[in-house]
Each structure stands twice: as C-alpha cells, then as structure tokens.
Design a protein around this ligand. Structure first.
Ligand code: GAL
Length: 417
C-alpha cells in the first residue's frame, strides 16, 4: 500500500506543479452508497483520502441504482453548484460529458497508465471524445443469485443449475413456509432481476439484440414473452410485502433466514459480509441459472465536475489517482462485493464469490459475453432505460400479461429512442 501511495503522491505533486502549487481542498462527493455494506466500502475510500490530508464532505442521496441521486445532481448543477465528484453509471457519464460539465483527467490517467490496465468495456464509459472524464472504482454484475445455505441444506436442496431446477428449489422453499424469493418491488430492482432473466432465456446475443441494439424483433418476440413469463413465476415466489422494499432489506431476509434466495447484483454480497456472513459457509453465490458464461456488468465511476479553483482540481486529481491505485482497488472491492476495474489486481484478498466474479469477468470478456447492464445504465441511455423500467414494473405488478408486456416493450422503446 505504502509503495502505491508514494507513487500516487509523486503523480499528484507532478500534476499540481504543472498547474500551480495548490493545496488540495476537501472533496464533496455525491453518491448513493447508504446501505451498511455500501457505507463500509465508502469508508475505505474516505480513510484513504484522509490519510493524504483530503477531507470528505458527504452528499449521500439514498435510493439503490442511483435514480434519486441523479435527480439531485441535476438540481445542483442547474443551481450552479456542482459537487466535486459524483458516483455515476454508464451512459449518464457520457451524457454529462456531452453537456461539457465534466473535467479532464487525461494528465492523471497518463501519469498512472490507465489506458493499459482499464478494460475497454469500461473505457467506453470513462472516456469521452478520447479524453478521460471519470475514474472507475469497480465492476459489479447483475446476474447473480444469493442464497441462504442453511435453508437449502435443511430442505436438501442442491444449488440449482438450470432454470427448471431453480423453480423447483423455490417451490420447495415456499412449500416449507419460508419466503422463496426476497425481492424489493422498486422499478430498478425489477429491472435488475430482468437483466438475469433475459440472459437465462436467450443468452448474450438475445440480450444484446434487445437491450443494446433495441431490435423490435427481439424486444417483442417469443423469447421476450418467455422472459416475462419467467418474471410472472418469480413474482409468485415473492412475499406479500415486497412492494417498495429496499434491496438491502431484501438481502437481510436472506441473511436472517427468512428467505432463501435473492436475485441481485453483487453489491448484495457487501450486506452479507457486513453482517459477518461467510460465502460457502453461510451463503451461496451463483449466476442466475441459464445465464452462466455471460456477465451483465455495471461499473461505478467517479466523474469529476468542472471546478474553478486549483485546490479543488488538485483534490480531484488525488482522488482519481487514489481510486485507481491497485491497492485501493483490492481493499475497496473486497468490501463492496464488486471486482477491480483494472486487470492487474491480484485476487488473493478476495473471497470465493469475489474470485469467481473476477474469473467470470475475464472469461466473459475474452469470449465476447460481457454485456452492459440494462438495469444499471450500461446498455442504453436513461430515456430508453426508463421506458424499459416502466414496462417491466407494470408487467411484474400484473398490469400486463407476458405477451402484452413484450408488445408494450416494443412501443415504449420506440417512443424513447
Ligand atoms: C448500483 C451501484 C452499486 C450499488 C447498487 C445499489 O447501481 O452500481 O454500487 O450501489 O446500485 O445501491
């Protein structure tokens, strides 16, 4: 760690010298990391900055997936009061860059050699017009299931390998009187589940045709109808109180032995770890059955807004260098549940789920099976994402049957494009 800090400090000093010797100011950071596991991970970042004399002004906006945070951000920028750094996802970063609101991180990126170590799939969002405008802190993926091991063991249920086995396992749990599927009925959570379900039905090609290329034949075809049928089945395994529940409370149901499964991105692992649970012993992590091989990823990045003072610029450079150091990427992602955003970080410090996440990411990337998460803004821009959210949530809540939902998806996406 010390070695990296030393290198980082020299980079920052070089950057500061190239502008004026400014004293780094505090950073004001807008983010939505407010659950127990998320806050623990954020603490790693705060402490790292504090060790370099940079203070943290917290601007938390709760709400998983970050929709509320993005609304607050818009209001702040409109009022001419942009935060120093903002947690941001995928196409939102590109949209803010297109507005000319983001600062340029080329100097720190060049000094630290980011081009060589950040995967291309992430650079597509961290760079705009060839310039670095955000520092990726992690890679999450959405097509995961989290399971309470003692419930499965007690019922003699093996880890399901196929969709049918998954449904059979949920049936056995429900019959036992426990909740089979812990779910929070919020649009972004419904959509997160849908990422994995769409992959389980049609794999990488179908997912890309629907969510990236927005091909009406994929959005409205038989496979999409099947995906909505699977959502109806999942809904039948949730408890009666799922509506509006926060994702971390759904995770807590699995942690506490009230429910057997949750389909959620690997930020859920942060909740299990924060509760002192151990993978393989207390809980299982596995890909949504039928989606193995493909990884639907999202990467939290810190976008740096245009700031006037040299002290604020120096703080941004320090924070960006900090985020990208291999030691920090390991320390942070071990706690967060995600995997590093650079390819040269050793997996030693990661638990079994983290090691699997790293291996899955590398394999999917090599095989052309790494896809951007629709639910978390990495497949298409916010307008399209929100149109898909609306249909998925309406269908999940029983407003449309599966065939009608697929039809509605075609027209909603068409109107939003
Ligand atoms: C995602 C984000 C994760 C996690 C999750 C739930 O969009 O990438 O880091 O925070 O929302 O809040």
């Amino acid at each position: 760690m010390r070695g990296f800090c030393g290198k980082k400090m020299s980079v920052v000093l070089a950057l500061m010298a190239s502008t004026t010797m400014a004293q780094a100011e505090d950073v004001e950071v807008l983010h939505w990391w407010t659950s127990g596991g998320e806050a623990a991970a954020l603490g790693v970042l705060k402490d790292n900055l504090a060790s370099q004399g940079i203070g943290w002004v917290d601007m938390p906006v709760s709400g998983g997936g970050g929709e509320a945070a993005m609304t607050t951000l818009r209001a702040r920028v409109t009022a001419g009061n942009a935060p120093t750094a903002v947690q941001m996802l995928g196409f939102d970063i590109q949209d803010w860059a297109a507005e000319g609101a983001l600062g340029n991180l080329d100097a720190v990126a060049a000094a630290e050699g980011w081009d060589a170590v950040v995967p291309g799939a992430l650079q597509a969002f961290s760079k705009y017009d060839g310039h670095w405008i955000a520092a990726p802190v992690n890679v999450h993926s959405t097509n995961w299931v989290w399971a309470n091991k003692s419930i499965l063991d007690g019922l003699g249920i093996a880890q399901p390998k196929t969709w049918d086995e998954f449904v059979a396992a949920m049936t056995a749990v429900k019959d036992s009187g426990k909740v089979a599927l812990a779910h929070g009925g919020q649009a972004w959570q419904d959509a997160t589940v849908f990422d994995g379900v769409v992959l389980s039905v049609g794999g990488t090609d179908f997912y890309k045709a629907a969510f990236v290329d927005l091909d009406p034949a994929a959005l409205g075809g038989e496979q999409m109808v099947e995906a909505f049928r699977r959502m109806e089945i999942l809904r039948s395994f949730a408890d009666d109180n799922f509506s509006g529940r926060d994702w971390n409370l759904a995770s807590a149901m699995v942690i506490n032995g009230e429910a057997a499964f949750q389909i959620m991105g690997d930020w859920a692992k942060g909740e299990f770890l924060n509760a002192g649970k151990v993978p393989g012993q207390d809980f299982l992590c596995f890909r949504v059955p039928g989606s193995e091989g493909t990884v639907s990823f999202n990467s939290d990045q810190f976008a740096m807004f245009n700031v006037a003072s040299e002290g604020a610029k120096a703080a941004q450079a320090t924070m960006a260098a900090d985020i990208m150091s291999p030691a920090f990427q390991s320390a942070f992602n071990v706690v967060k549940g995600s995997v590093p955003a650079r390819t040269d970080v050793p997996n030693d410090a990661f638990d079994a789920c983290g090691k699997q996440g790293m291996a899955d990411l590398a394999a999917a990337s090599a095989a052309g099976k790494l896809v951007g998460s629709m639910a978390h803004g990495h497949a298409n821009r916010a307008a399209v994402k929100n149109a898909i959210y609306d249909v998925v949530t309406a269908a999940f809540n029983g407003e449309y049957d599966a065939a009608k939902a697929a039809n509605e998806l075609v027209s909603a996406v068409e109107a939003a494009k």
